[in-house]
Design a protein around this ligand. Structure first.
Ligand code: KE4
Length: 436
């Protein structure tokens, strides 16, 4: 139901004061650089609470939320079923360091949803999931080389923090200091969608490649879709050379479809990594895939991975409730309608203002690029007009529309958004475009 149109947010004195305090305590005043507003300027908005499609800051301003916690909140904030599940779990305790049925429940839901996953291990973040999957690929194959792609972000894993996307690209640290050459010598970085380069890499290094990790729909250089030929080559070349194909679905899992991007692409990877939605807004990551590969993980096999809070009772309760709701009342058709409406409106707004742009969307994740070229890899994504993006972002924020604060991120529509919210966003974007 549409609430009253928010008054334009005044300046955000309470957030500004909170940021000044945070700056004295934490690097950049944040616990993840993606939140630092580094690419858009000004002080980050400090959130007091959230509900449905909305965020509310310390100054009481209301924002339509298109970050959704960077993906997890596909149902919107505080969905009743998730809140109730958390309250029930909390009444029984918070963490035991011993197995619980909830972990088996969540594992079963993941295995049921993602056809290529026969066994799964729960961890506490997407980074842990990708780090573990890469270690497993190396342990299973006995090989060292891992291929990743520029602009793909797989969390802050040392060996994968090379030409990384998301906030690493946003803040100019795609290859981070502190990651040694010894760590990254076994990481080959190729261009996304470049089939010839991929084939060349396998012709030269094929017998040393443990695995290829990629985003099956990229969210971390903005949204970039894989070509059909690229997907086919990834699967064929890895299979031919005995390397594992790792689909990093931390963002796309349960987002673009209940079975993830792989279900849309008709792809059967050897391993899949998950996060975000699978925890319903609480810390859950997961990696899973072929049972013969997963059984190389300790204590069955010899590849080590562990975690104090892996499968945490509160986090698994939120994850189980979220996946249960996504399965029983799938929001995907509604998300497609709302997202298509938003896409059409943003395109029209940019065209009306004569702003050079392209827009890429898969389901309820999309990116408006301030670049007229079709974006198929980091080569094009890195040429976007990020200054223009920053002005666009700030204009929308001042009108109560909270977009991801980087050109190299996806926006997310949630099941809590309604047509009026979309139309309000389009109107504000139309205004913003005229000022760019
Ligand atoms: P986390 O460790 O942040 O849970 O997951 C890392 C990760 C792995 N793989 C993919 C495809 C991802 O998108 C991510 C994390 N995504 C970013 C946003 N693009 C998280 C936001 C942040 O870093 O604060």
């Amino acid at each position: 139901m549409k609430s009253e149109t928010p008054a334009l947010p005044t300046k955000r004195p309470a957030s500004t004061a909170a940021f000044e305090r945070a700056l004295r305590l934490m690097p950049g005043g944040v616990n993840s650089p993606a939140r630092a507003f580094g690419a858009v300027g000004g002080s980050p908005v400090f959130i007091d609470r959230a509900d449905g499609a909305y965020l509310f800051d310390l100054d009481g301003n209301r924002y339509l939320d298109y970050i959704g916690s960077w993906g997890p909140q596909i149902l919107g904030h505080r969905p009743p079923a998730v809140v109730e599940a958390l309250e029930r779990a909390l009444s029984r305790g918070t963490s035991y360091g011993a197995p619980t049925e909830a972990e088996s429940e969540l594992a079963e839901q993941i295995i049921d949803a993602v056809a290529s996953i026969e066994k799964v291990r729960l961890v506490s973040s997407g980074t842990e999931a990708t780090m573990s999957a890469v270690r497993l690929a190396r342990g299973f194959t006995g090989r060292d080389l891992i291929i990743k792609f520029s602009g793909n972000y797989h969390g802050h894993v040392d060996s994968l923090l090379v030409a990384a996307g998301s906030s690493a690209a946003t803040l100019g640290a795609p290859s981070s200091p502190g990651v040694t050459s010894g760590t990254t010598k076994d990481t080959l970085v190729l261009e996304y969608n470049d089939v010839a380069e991929l084939a060349q890499a396998f012709s030269v290094h094929g017998s040393q490649i443990a695995g290829v990790i990629f985003e099956p729909v990229v969210g971390n250089m903005g949204v970039v879709k894989p070509s059909e030929e690229f997907c086919q080559s990834l699967r064929q070349l890895t299979r031919e050379h005995g390397a594992l194909l790792i689909c990093d679905e931390v963002m796309t899992g349960f987002r673009v479809a209940f079975g993830g991007a792989q279900s849309l692409l008709g792809l059967e990877p050897d391993l899949t990594t998950l996060g975000k939605i699978v925890g319903g807004g609480l810390p859950v990551g997961a990696y899973g895939g072929r049972a013969d590969v997963m059984d190389h993980i300790l204590p069955v096999g010899q590849v080590f991975q562990a975690g104090t809070l892996s499968g945490n009772p509160l986090a698994t309760a939120a994850g189980c409730a979220t996946l249960k709701q996504l399965k029983e009342t799938p929001p995907y058709e509604r998300l497609e309608k709302l997202s298509a409406r938003l896409e059409a409106g943003l395109r029209k707004a940019a065209e009306a203002a004569g702003v050079p742009h392209t827009l890429a969307r898969v389901g309820s994740m999309m990116t408006l690029f301030f670049n007229p070229e079709p974006i198929v890899s980091w080569r094009e994504a890195s040429q976007c007009d990020t200054d223009r993006f920053a002005r666009y972002f700030c204009h929308l924020l001042d009108r109560g529309i909270y977009m991801p604060c980087s050109q190299y991120e996806a926006l997310f529509v949630s099941a809590a958004h309604c047509e009026d919210d979309i139309d309000e966003t389009i109107a504000a974007a139309g205004e913003a475009m005229q000022t760019l």
